[in-house]
Design a protein around this ligand. Sequence first.
Ligand code: 2AM
Ligand code: CA
Length: 271
Amino acid sequence: MSKPSAVGNVMIEAARRAGRSLARDFGEVEYLQVSSKGPGDFVSNADHRAEDVIFEYLTKARPGYSFLMEEKGFVEGSDKTNRFIIDPLDGTLNFLHGQPHYAVSIGLERDGKLVAGVVFDVSRNEIFWAETGRGAWLGQRKLRVAARKKLDRSVLATGAPWFGKSTETHMQFSRELSTIAPTIAGIRRNGSAALDLAWVACGRFDGFWERGLNQWDIAAGIVLVREAGGVVTEIDGKDVLQTGSIIAANPDLHPLIESPIRNAGKRKPDN
Ligand code: 2AM
Ligand code: CA
């Protein structure tokens, strides 16, 4: 059984602490659903609180490391080779609506390469962690991507664009969905990219794709999938952390997903 490195343990502890803060606030959010004001402002404070908990803990444990965080943005440290990439609350819309499917995501990039990731599913108390060379783990269980080779047996996860995205972005997603959906066993849209990737790593999903995500949504999950034997690429062959357009799956399924998604994404000529 592999154990996390010293910095891996520090990342897991930071995620646990943020998870405790989120779990407390989630109880309040469930209650606020029925209040006339709604839980909106409260939730935007909940993710700041969780991020503060992580930032405070990690800056003490690893002074000098740089940070990229969803709320505070980029904080450059004296050590420019190590950068934590943090989403204190992935699945905010679920959290806001009292749906217990959200996560803390902490990735570590070293010399420009993703080397460690922790995704903590607070409601299920599941901590997924991975480090390059140490594998991907859920508790004592070593993770491995699903072995399915055929699309028609596969369940894929995706994320649909939301309010404020362009009409073309919504149309592009519709084209992708109508191309791939008839060829697979089923599709899920659960609302947390970090957990979608963790679930690819542990075989609950056979694959995942989504366009236009942020680095903090996917940094930790990428390490999980790769260490579990999966393949992660950018949809159009670019840098996945830059565009946030991602395909993750086992090595057999990956090309079978990539080709239809890439082609469906291209705008059809108007004629
Ligand atoms: P978030 O919950 O941290 O916002 C779901 O498709 C993914 O998109 C999630 O990882 C989610 O991260 C991200 N996302 C970013 N902005 C969003 C929004 N306004 N609504 C829904 N999901 C959003
Ligand atoms: Ca997110």
